[in-house]
Design a protein. Structure first.
Length: 115
């Protein structure tokens, strides 16, 4: 199982970024996947989750209305569109999937929101 995030970087407040997570080693289209983030000195928190087919989504309270999770099962890729970014969104963002009783995480991609 491999999860590889990309798309992070430095952005000004109010800006946008799109994160991608390329998945391999498992049947991506059959599993719910999620984005988490961890800021310095804080616990890892759920950002957004999406069902296997993409119809059902859920979001953390702090990102509702600003972030959009989506997936392309033909490309085995998970996305996170982040708009109206705030300094509080600064964190390492991780792709996550649970297969059976095992949790899998990507290596993370850094997002920094600063002027």
């Amino acid at each position: 199982v491999q999860l590889v995030e990309s798309g992070g970087g430095l952005v000004q407040p109010g800006g946008s970024l799109r994160l991608s997570c390329a998945a391999s080693g498992f049947t991506f289209s059959t599993l719910r996947t999620s984005w988490y983030r961890q800021a310095p000195g804080k616990e890892r928190e759920l950002v957004a989750g999406i069902s296997s087919g993409g119809r059902n989504t859920n979001y953390g309270d702090s990102v509702k209305g600003r972030f959009t999770i989506s997936r392309d099962n033909t490309k085995n890729t998970l996305y996170l569109q982040m708009d109206s970014l705030e300094p509080e969104d600064t964190a390492v963002y991780y792709c996550y999937v649970r297969i059976g009783f095992v949790n899998y995480w990507g290596q993370g991609t850094q997002v920094t929101v600063s002027s």
